[in-house]
Design a protein around this ligand. Structure first.
Ligand code: HEC
Length: 156
């Protein structure tokens, strides 16, 4: 875990250094779609890991870093759905429903409910409460599914 964390820091420092050396860049609509899909997939991996670890009896206070990364993604999620990244706007595979942009307050509410739930998981990890942790992982899963039902097209 420590090694992985150090790796992330090194990448962040390198990215910051190269960002300083070059002109400001913008993320293209297709890149935003690919980035959000990748992050969604990783968030599923983290959630499955947290569920399995808690079921296996791992002390949940040791899962704080993973809970933090999920919460960080929840806070960043809305920024990766800018105008111009709907399925009709980009050529890459894209399962976003138009309602994300026609019903922005509904989408924001779904994202906020998700972020509230991930913040709660971080608190519970600190408290080392295994039962509450497992229940909160389920609550997060429900938030994922609720948003998908309303705002993601195709199979659940
Ligand atoms: C606020 C809404 C919202 C929340 C919360 C949300 N998602 Fe998503 N998710 C979407 C949308 C919209 C797409 C389709 C994005 C696209 O194709 O551009 C998506 C796509 C995905 C995909 C497919 C990625 C791909 O490669 O096509 C996975 C997997 C996924 N989400 C998992 C999750 C998991 C796991 C959670 C909870 C930990 C979650 N999502 C929470 C809206 C949400």
């Amino acid at each position: 875990m420590r090694i992985r964390t150090a790796g992330f820091c090194a990448i962040a420092v390198a990215a910051a250094a190269s960002a300083n050396a070059q002109a400001p860049s913008t993320v293209s609509p297709a890149q935003a779609v690919l980035a959000r899909q990748a992050a969604m997939g990783m968030s599923g991996g983290i959630l499955t890991y947290l569920s399995k670890a808690a079921d296996a009896g791992v002390e949940v206070k040791t899962l704080g870093y993973e809970a933090y990364t999920l919460d960080a993604w929840a806070k960043a999620l809305p920024s990766l759905f800018p105008t111009g990244t709907a399925a009709a706007d980009v050529k890459v595979r894209n399962r976003s429903k138009p309602e994300i942009w026609s019903d922005p307050s509904g989408f924001a509410a779904a994202a906020n409910a998700f972020a509230d739930s991930t913040a709660r998981l971080r608190d519970i990890a600190k408290q080392n409460d295994a039962g509450a942790f497992k229940a909160q992982v389920k609550d997060i899963e429900n938030r994922c599914n609720a948003c998908h039902a309303a705002y993601r097209s195709g199979p659940a």
